[in-house]
Design a protein around this ligand. Structure first.
Ligand code: CMP
Length: 139
């Protein structure tokens, strides 16, 4: 089925002018960008978005990183979008990511790993609603 997922092009990528390179890889994987905006996350947004990780030892570092530079938040649409996006992103740690994936080719480390993508349809809906109004998504 055609579904949607949520993506973030992270600060390590915007800083290195890789917004286009990442988007090209997403599009070539069969995902359509149906919403996109460049934002500088506030602390409230970063802490709220990653609230599920707040007990993790890397939470403070993660929030500081996501606020360090602008990010590009996107809604992606395609056949089985969540799985398709996870495939093209590759493993969280670029050292474990397969060749040809975004994280293998572009990421710097497990923290500075270039992209975020939703891990389920349920979380995709929650994450999309966190950053986008329905009318900002143009399918
Ligand atoms: P993401 O998919 O955005 O969701 C949570 C993020 O936490 C994850 O990508 C990683 O970038 C980050 N993360 C996971 N483990 C670590 C770690 N050990 N140190 C720093 N960041 C981490």
């Amino acid at each position: 089925a055609v579904t949607r997922t949520f993506s973030i092009i992270k600060p390590d990528a915007t800083r290195r002018n890789l917004t286009g390179a990442v988007t090209k890889m997403l599009e070539e994987a069969g995902l359509r960008v149906v919403a996109s905006k460049r934002i500088h996350m506030t602390r409230e947004q970063a802490e709220g978005f990653y609230a599920v990780h707040k007990e993790r030892p890397f939470f403070g570092e993660l929030v500081d990183f996501m606020m360090s530079e602008p990010v590009v938040v996107q809604v992606l649409e395609g056949e089985d979008a969540v799985a398709r996006n996870r495939d093209i992103m590759g493993a969280t740690n670029p050292a474990d990511a397969a060749p040809g994936t975004i994280r293998k080719e572009l990421a710097l480390s497990i923290g500075e790993n270039t992209v975020h993508g939703s891990d389920s349809d349920e979380n995709a809906a929650i994450e999309i609603a966190f950053f986008f109004k329905p009318e900002e998504i143009v399918g």
